[in-house]
Unconditional design. Structure first.
Length: 308
């Protein structure tokens, strides 16, 4: 019997499952297809936006848009045009229900599990093809698939079930060259993180201005202490390095952020005579706030082995 068996909604960036249909079939074939679901989830960012994977008696179809992928498992004889119409309907409803900010900042798997209710209702409609065919026009989807057919993924492209092959991904038709990211990505930026970044830049600029003023004063008065100039410029470097640590991932990142905050505190202690208490409090507080935001913005973990 031709039918849709299951569906899931996955974030393209890291393969995090956002929602999925409840499946009760525990057959060997279904267990094997769930492995392919997981493997595909980890490579979505490297694949075209419309693909099909044929796995014996089952087909896995998916479409991706706005950083979210919609995947479905069907029997091999289920019409592909109906499968992609089903996915297109899931996509429209998901985009209408949830905004991009929620999907981008989600950290828990299946945090939109309530979307399963819509998946189940839509799946039942599409599995009853007699009543479905009289209620919808498939001409547009048929034309689109003819003009831009889904990319056919081979099982060998996914690598082994125990891990991916280390060969580089080639160039897919119509999608351009895809290369693996050499650096580990950080979690999405939050509003407090943006605020801390801007304040750190402000503190760095203030230190830089005061440093140039200290140089002018040093040139005019030979008795001025050159160490104040060094303290201002070190403060500038520390603030800018905090901005760098917030934006980019490096080794020992948390330790570097604490050491940088320590340098900010030492510079402000040395400049105690040139700044009032409010200025000292502002610089130290901004340094502490930026250190906290660096600590909170951790690297994205590898796509976990969720039970999709």
């Amino acid at each position: 019997m031709s039918m849709i068996l299951s569906a899931s909604v996955v974030r393209v960036r890291d393969g995090l499952p956002l929602s999925a249909s409840t499946d009760y079939d525990q057959s060997t074939g279904m267990q094997e297809c769930r492995k392919y679901f997981k493997m595909l989830s980890k490579k979505l960012s490297q694949l075209p936006d419309r693909c099909t994977l044929k796995t014996g008696q089952y087909n896995i179809n998916f479409i991706s848009s706005l950083g979210v992928s919609y995947m479905t498992l069907c029997t091999e004889n289920y019409p592909s045009v109906l499968a992609f119409c089903f996915l297109d309907e899931l996509q429209k409803e998901f985009i209408t229900t949830y905004n991009m900010m929620k999907t981008n900042t989600a950290i828990r798997p299946y945090c939109f599990i309530e979307f399963d209710n819509f998946i189940q209702r839509t799946k039942q409609r599409y599995n009853n093809t007699r009543s479905l065919s009289t209620k919808m026009n498939l001409a547009d989807m048929q034309t689109e698939i003819k003009l831009r057919p889904p990319y056919q993924i081979s099982v060998s492209e996914l690598g082994s079930a125990n891990g991916f092959s280390h060969t580089s991904v080639g160039e897919y038709k119509g999608t351009g060259k895809i290369s693996a990211a050499p650096h580990q990505r950080l979690e999405p930026v939050t509003l407090p993180g943006i605020v801390s970044f801007v304040l750190s830049l402000l503190c760095g600029a203030l230190n830089l201005i005061r440093g140039f003023h200290a140089i002018e004063s040093l040139l005019q008065n030979e008795g001025e202490d050159f160490s104040y100039v060094i303290a201002f410029f070190l403060g500038t470097a520390a603030c800018l390095y905090q901005c760098y640590l917030f934006v980019y991932y490096t080794g020992w990142r948390n330790a570097k952020s604490f050491l940088t905050f320590g340098l900010i505190c030492l510079c402000n202690m040395y400049l105690y005579e040139l700044r009032n208490l409010w200025q000292l409090f502002f610089h130290v507080t901004v340094g502490a706030f930026s250190t906290l935001q660096i600590r909170l913005r951790q690297p994205q973990g590898k796509s976990p082995d969720y039970n999709v």
